[in-house]
Design a protein. Structure first.
Length: 865
RNA sequence: GCCCGGAUGGCGAAACUGGCAGACGCAGCGGACUUAAAAUCCGCAGACCCGCAAGGGUUGUGGGAGUUCAAGUCUCCCUCCGGGCACCA
């Protein structure tokens, strides 16, 4: 009996997250105002803290835990600093996995998705994340996706959404089209074992290229974004300045037949020794029409390209080409050059045709070597003689040794180039483009790698595209033509009972009640568009919806969006650098041009956290190294799990998950709990300040010094470096010092107010990292209200200052001893102390002091000989 | 091939502007408490060598050179690992 009574009372002293965490979770759940954002008139500075919304797979993984632990710490810190914080969460809940699950389990996608959301919301609450659930956004619900449709209509009317037939990426696994951004190394971004096929389909596109220049130049100003992400976006946009030049086809029956080439080096045009066409090029096709041999060779090239693309490595195929036997006229010098078709010319970049200048381009050089095409040098470094020779066959030795291809354009000039000979390259590029324009055979131009965003998906679980095809046609619309629905017809609801099968074609096409409708203009029969939108549409603007999530009349109220935007801190994985993060920048500009918002960019600052790794590899089911957050929470509690995710590595680096480390954090939290609860009522327990004596005051001063240094360090880190791992280490140091001072507290030799300040502040410092424990301790300390609304402690520089400082003394760069001196001692004092130190003196005895370096506050180095 | 990161004890890491390398934690070892164990608390700890010990010496931040009184940190060259881009004319 006695034993159990004792163990019960000890039990109460023990840190038991399984008890305190659910208790606080229930209290927080019952208090929706706790994490609610306030209005624009609350008088506080706003802070929009956002983590990327997850796909509701049904299971939180460690990457989520890390992402949300970072965001949550920041949100709580900002609240404590007196900001009005918006910290929302939502669900990127359209997409293929729901259809796959439907196939597998015979569960409707909606049901499966909503159940997953419920499960993940429960996990997030269990983690104690400070989301304002009143602003929750679920993209698969009509309340949300109707605004996708609304935007789509706006874009259609603005000419930003259009249909065209083109070659598109098709994933046979997903049974749908993919955007360029969703093709990774020739594979589907979701199925890295599935080669993407090319199909000709008529699809809806969004005109992101209209904003290409702005998306590019905007990056220069985005210094709150990682340089890495900005670079990736720059490369993806791939702006390139050059010129279009028309080469007439010589002796063409069709007099107007010409080949327009794109080049960034029009200054090299006198060195062009052939014109190269992509196998898909229209002129190549027209030549092939009368030349079966050529036609066969072109077909072979196309087949080979397809194979290579499916193998995932386009650059692996060897360059080869075929001479068409035709010639083109170089408009600058009237020369005839042969026209070839070559497999390395991309049909969808530039014009699908180039002028080949072997002397000044790596690829052209390689190609010319292979086929013995002439190499003519027309660019030389400044100062070199400007007469050159036609080399005839390319050479790798002799006269051209190591000099070709010569690709530099800076500090280089033209040679053998008619009236432009001797001019610097860069200057000549402009003048020659202007010349072409004046003479009607070319112009300066800019091309982009970025293509318009193909958004049609032949899938069920997505936003229906709000368009119909009027069967009979009417004024201005031919039969079968596209008619946009009026806004009043929105939302176009996704039909609930749809059989999901693996056959091709849009599943919606098999739902007669959905497909068959009336034309909104003429009332005649019409069929609905049966493709749905890419799910990246959903995530392109969801963060605006958070500012006004319940609005039934508009996607959001502009005043609210303008108050909260831009996002002050966006946190997520780098894998979205050129998908979500470029689409949402585009969407923001579209909304701005529609007059809905004032900002150009969605997020002022972006943080990309590192991956969570186990046994040296990214966690994945196939590797069998997945660690379940649920299991960690069950064993060690949410506080310990989250805090470990912040402690194990700086947030931008990869993190190796070690369960023993979580146990260590749990132990640490237990220590905090034990100490704090023991001293939670100092006034009633002991303490009279008058007992303090000088030496004990020193111990107290030391404790307070560490306390204030810790405050300063953490406060500083939140505003800059975000090295939460060292913040937590600093708290551990503080706690170690408190534990060391415990005997003095026991004896009442540390004052009551000091003890109270130490534990009160410790609790506040822990609040962003271990919210459950902080809430519990705050209550036990008698704190009023939610700990997350208590003002963040302010470091007192006076209390934080070190009275004495240890200065290492080196002799010839090697440590001889450490001397202790009052802080702020001047150079002379330090040097004197250093040189008179016994150990130091012993080392410099019998030597000559050459030089003494004194760095006040840092060290002394005595150079002897 | 090009562009970013990164490499520090047995492990995760720290050292922010050049100034005591390894803070903090994990694992380990020793001790206290306990009949015992768990939990907890205290202590030790880069490696090598000398010493019974206190202590002392050498060496050490992927490799090599350099700048400097002083280099994990700066410069040059190289190796390996991770990520991105890759026939873009």
């Amino acid at each position: 009996m006695e034993e159990s009574a004792q163990s019960t009372s000890e039990e109460q002293q023990r840190y038991n997250p399984a008890e305190i965490e659910p208790k606080w979770q229930a209290r927080w759940d019952a208090d929706p105002a706790l994490y609610a954002a306030e209005g624009h008139d609350c008088g506080k500075p706003k802070f929009y803290c956002l983590e990327m919304l997850p796909y509701p797979s049904g299971q939180l993984h460690m990457g989520h835990v890390r992402n949300y632990a970072i965001g949550d710490a920041l949100a709580r810190f900002m609240w404590m600093r007196g900001s009005n914080v918006l910290h929302p969460m939502g669900w990127d809940s359209f997409g293929l996995p729901a259809e796959n699950a439907a196939l597998k389990n015979n569960t409707p996608p909606a049901e499966w998705t909503l159940a997953n959301i419920a499960a993940m919301r429960r996990q997030m609450r269990r983690m104690g994340l400070s989301y304002d659930w009143a602003t929750e956004v679920t993209t698969c619900l009509p309340e949300y996706y109707r605004w996708n449709q609304w935007f789509f209509l706006k874009m259609f009317n603005a000419g930003l959404a259009y249909r065209k037939k083109s070659k598109v990426n098709w994933c046979p696994q997903c049974q749908t089209v993919l955007a360029n951004e969703q093709v990774v190394d020739g594979r589907c971004w979701r199925h890295d074992d599935t080669p993407v096929e090319q199909r000709d389909l008529t699809q809806w596109f969004l005109r992101i290229t209209k904003y290409a220049d702005e998306l590019l130049s905007g990056l220069d100003k985005m210094d709150g974004w990682p340089e890495k992400v900005r670079t990736m976006q720059r490369n993806w946009i791939g702006r390139s300045e050059g010129a279009l030049v028309d080469f007439a086809v010589a002796a063409s029956q069709q007099a107007a037949e010409k080949i327009t080439v794109f080049t960034t080096r029009v200054d090299t045009i006198f060195g062009a020794t052939s014109v190269q066409l992509a196998p898909e090029h229209a002129v190549a096709k027209s030549f092939a029409a009368g030349n079966p041999r050529l036609a066969a060779q072109i077909d072979e090239m196309l087949a080979q390209q397809k194979d290579a693309r499916e193998a995932g490595d386009l650059s692996a195929i060897e360059k080869h080409g075929v001479d068409t036997g035709k010639f083109a006229v170089n408009p600058f010098n009237g020369e005839l050059v042969p026209i070839w078709v070559a497999n390395y010319i991309l049909a969808d970049y530039g014009t699908g045709a180039i002028m080949s200048v072997p002397a000044h381009d790596e690829r052209d050089f390689e190609f010319a070597n292979k086929y013995g095409l002439p190499v003519r040098r027309v660019i030389v470094p400044n100062g070199q003689k400007q007469n050159t020779e036609i080399l005839g066959f390319a050479q790798n030795d002799g006269a051209s040794e190591g000099t070709l291809p010569y690709t530099a354009e800076d500090d280089s000039s033209l040679a053998d180039s008619g009236q432009w000979t001797g001019q610097p390259c860069v200057e000549a590029q402009q003048k020659m483009a202007a010349f072409a324009r004046e003479n009607g055979f070319g112009t300066a131009t800019v091309t982009y790698r970025l293509k318009d965003w193909g958004v049609s998906r032949q899938r069920y679980w997505g936003t229906p595209i709000p368009m119909v095809y009027c069967a009979n046609g009417h004024a201005g619309i031919e039969p079968g033509g596209v008619v946009p629905l009026p806004e009043s017809a929105l939302p176009v609801l996704l039909p609930a009972q749809v059989e999901i099968t693996q056959q091709g074609g849009s599943p919606l096409g098999r739902v007669a009640e959905f497909v068959n409708t009336a034309c909104p203009v003429c009332g005649g029969p019409a069929r609905r568009e049966t493709d749905t939108m890419d799910t990246f549409v959903d995530s392109s603007w969801y963060f605006y919806r958070y500012t006004d999530a319940k609005n039934a009349a508009a996607p959001f109220d502009s005043a609210k969006a303008n108050y909260w935007f831009p996002i002050d801190q966006y946190i997520g994985g780098v894998e979205h650098a050129i998908l979500h993060l470029i689409y949402s920048r585009f969407w923001t500009r579209v909304m701005r041009d529609l007059g809905l918002i004032n900002n150009d960019e969605p997020a002022a600052r972006l943080f990309t956290q590192g991956m969570v790794i186990k046994d040296g590899a990214k966690m994945s089911k196939s590797k069998g190294n997945v660690v379940s957050p649920d299991l960690m929470i069950e064993r060690y509690g949410a506080d310990a799990t989250r805090m470990y995710a912040l402690f194990a590595a700086p947030p931008d680096r990869d993190l190796e998950w070690q369960e023993d480390g979580v146990a260590g954090i749990s132990r640490f939290l237990g220590r905090v709990y034990r100490l704090t609860t023991k001293y939670s009522e100092p006034a009633s327990r002991r303490v009279s300040e008058t007992t303090a004596q000088a030496t004990q005051c020193a111990a107290e001063a030391k404790l307070l010094r560490t306390l204030h240094q810790t405050i300063a360090k953490i406060t500083d880190d939140f505003s800059g470096r975000w090295h939460f791992n060292t913040c937590i280490a600093a708290i551990m140091i503080l706690v170690n010092e408190i534990a060391a001072a415990e005997p003095l507290m026991e004896e009442g030799k540390i004052s009551g107010p000091a003890i109270a300040e130490v534990f009160r502040t410790l609790t506040l410092l822990l609040a962003p990292f271990a919210p459950f424990l902080a809430a519990e301790l705050w209550e036990q300390l008698g704190g009023q209200g939610a700990v997350f609304r208590v003002a963040w402690p302010v470091a007192d520089a006076e209390l934080a200052r070190e009275a004495e400082i240890e200065i290492p003394v080196q002799v010839n760069g090697k440590l001889a001893n450490v001397v202790t001196l009052p802080a702020g001692s001047d150079e002379a004092t330090i040097q004197a102390a250093a040189q008179t130190d016994a150990k130091v003196a012993a080392r410099i005895a019998a030597k000559t002091v050459v030089k003494v370096i004194v760095v006040p506050g840092k060290l002394v180095n005595i150079v002897v000989r």
